[in-house]
Write a new protein. Structure first.
Length: 80
């Protein structure tokens, strides 16, 4: 997967960059390992894995509009 997702509600990142399109990438084993190192609770793996998929940091994911986040979450779940 090498898709783009156009945000319905663009936002400004923590670094001050306007984000209106995200480049999505397939996750790798190293992404899962990093999520497992961050937490031993599977319910807490979504955020670091979605950050890896989108190239965003957790702070930026938190600023994303919920509608866009849920759309990305559906794509993420479809990959698993």
């Amino acid at each position: 997967m090498n898709e783009k997702y156009t945000l319905q509600f663009p936002f400004t990142s923590a670094a001050g960059e306007r984000i209106d399109v995200l480049q999505l990438r397939r996750l790798k084993v190293k992404d899962m390992r990093a999520a497992r190192r961050a937490s031993d609770k599977p319910e807490e793996w979504d955020e670091p894995l979605m950050a890896a998929m989108t190239g965003l940091v957790a702070e930026d994911l938190a600023e994303m509009d919920l509608l866009d986040y849920q759309a990305l979450q559906k794509r993420f779940q479809a990959m698993l």
